[in-house]
Design a protein around this ligand. Structure first.
Ligand code: SF4
Length: 398
């Protein structure tokens, strides 16, 4: 079992008590900072603003950055604990190698680099270039992602390059690409506060995306109606105006029936459909047998609730569609996403204020960029990651 590299008292002395517990003397560490550094949390693509307390160029704590426009001082638990990492005594800052019968021992960078490269070359000369796979992540900067793609394709010449987005949000990307030709969100979150209807599909947003949920509460304070599609009674479902407790794996039936009901009641934006969509007639033909009762049978959601959801969505003039992994990580994830997008397009909720189509509820920007240019991962220091990659590329003669 892993052991702490030092005593708990020493860690508290360095950083103060853990933020998850309210300590007797408050949250302050013992080291008074000599400067505050405004920066971003680097743990996901949201890039929340944070102020780090530094003393002697070491991080000793943090303060919320209330003026930062996006997260307004709010952080998720990862961000709250993030300040502990930089100078944590358990952090690996230099290479170690495993020696049979001895365990790990420190080695210098030069030795580590040449051993890594020679082992890679040995394995590839025996088993082929594709013996290696590169698995990436979205916590990197664009430049690092780009370099990692180059490393995999040009240095290793492997066909096996992937990153966490393959599982995470690739269905969302695929659905958006099919519908819009690219995988990007259409409006800013600032619009969310003023939307009249918010439909949240497959997203436990209050627990998994605490930096977003505040925007939804503000929208509700402004009078927004909230529809939640989720098999579970999540915290946001508990407080929704309408909760649709769907049987897992039946999402497309719900969206098809809702679209059919919009068509039957002519809750459509014909100008938008005529000028900005294609194949709309084929789409509505494909759902014309998707009655509310048919959908009830499949989804387990009462027909009256589906009707109510379609009415709430159809009769408003501004709305946000938020879908996430709950509808995406399925064998029919792309179809589910397209089902959501069709509701947006049929009602013309795109390209205008207070509408979003669709927010994919994820660490947006860099995740999308990583999808486009490929990425890498591992949470060592960013600078060592990029230097290591450059060094390895050089060693491979690239
Ligand atoms: S959402 Fe959490 S992990 Fe992501 S940037 Fe903000 S604080 Fe960091």
């Amino acid at each position: 079992m892993a052991k702490l590299p030092t005593s708990v008292d020493k860690i508290v002395e360095q950083y103060g008590p853990h933020k998850a517990y309210t300590p007797k003397g408050g949250f302050e560490g013992h080291a008074e900072p000599d400067k505050m550094v405004k920066t971003h949390c680097c743990f996901c693509g949201m890039q929340c603003g944070i102020q780090l307390k530094a003393k002697d160029n070491k991080i000793v704590g943090f303060e919320p950055w209330m003026e930062f426009p996006f997260n307004e001082g709010r952080m998720c638990p990862k961000g709250v604990a993030r300040y502990l990492q930089n100078n944590h005594p358990d952090r690996l800052m230099s290479p170690i190698e495993r020696v049979e019968g001895v365990g790990f021992r420190p080695i210098d960078w030069e030795t580590a680099m040449s051993r890594t490269v020679s082992e890679m070359k040995r394995i590839q000369s025996t088993y082929g270039n594709d013996a290696f796979a590169v698995l990436s992540g979205v916590s990197l900067t664009n430049e690092q992602s780009y370099l990692m793609g180059k490393f995999a394709r040009v240095a290793l010449k492997t066909a096996n390059l992937d990153y966490n987005g393959r599982l995470c949000m690739v269905s969302a990307g695929g659905g958006n690409k099919k519908a819009f030709g690219l995988d990007r969100i259409s409006n800013s979150w600032a619009d969310l506060k003023h939307a009249k209807v918010i439909m949240i599909c497959g997203s436990n947003v209050s627990e998994t995306f605490p930096t977003l949920i505040h925007y939804i509460w503000e929208a509700r304070d402004n009078g927004a109606k909230i529809i939640v599609v989720d098999p579970r009674v999540t915290p946001v479902a508990r407080t929704a105006d309408l909760h649709l407790p769907i049987k897992p794996g039946t999402d497309s039936a719900l969206y098809g029936a809702m679209l059919n009901h919009l068509v039957e009641n002519n809750w459509l934006d014909h100008d938008f459909i005529d000028n900005h969509t294609s194949g709309f007639d084929e789409t509505i033909a494909s759902v014309k047998n998707h009655s509310l009762e048919w959908a009830e049978e499949i989804t387990g959601i009462p027909a009256e609730s589906i009707r109510k959801a379609a009415e709430m969505w159809g009769k408003t003039d501004t709305s946000f569609m938020l879908h996430a992994r709950g509808i995406e990580q399925h064998s029919k994830g792309v179809e589910n996403v397209l089902g959501c997008i069709n509701l947006v397009l049929a009602t013309g909720r795109l390209g205008k204020p207070y509408c979003m189509a669709p927010l994919q509820d994820r660490g947006t920007d860099r995740e999308a960029v990583s999808t486009d240019i490929s990425a890498t991962s591992c949470r060592a220091t960013a600078i060592s990651r990029i230097l290591s990659t450059v060094s390895i590329l050089r060693t491979f003669g690239v």
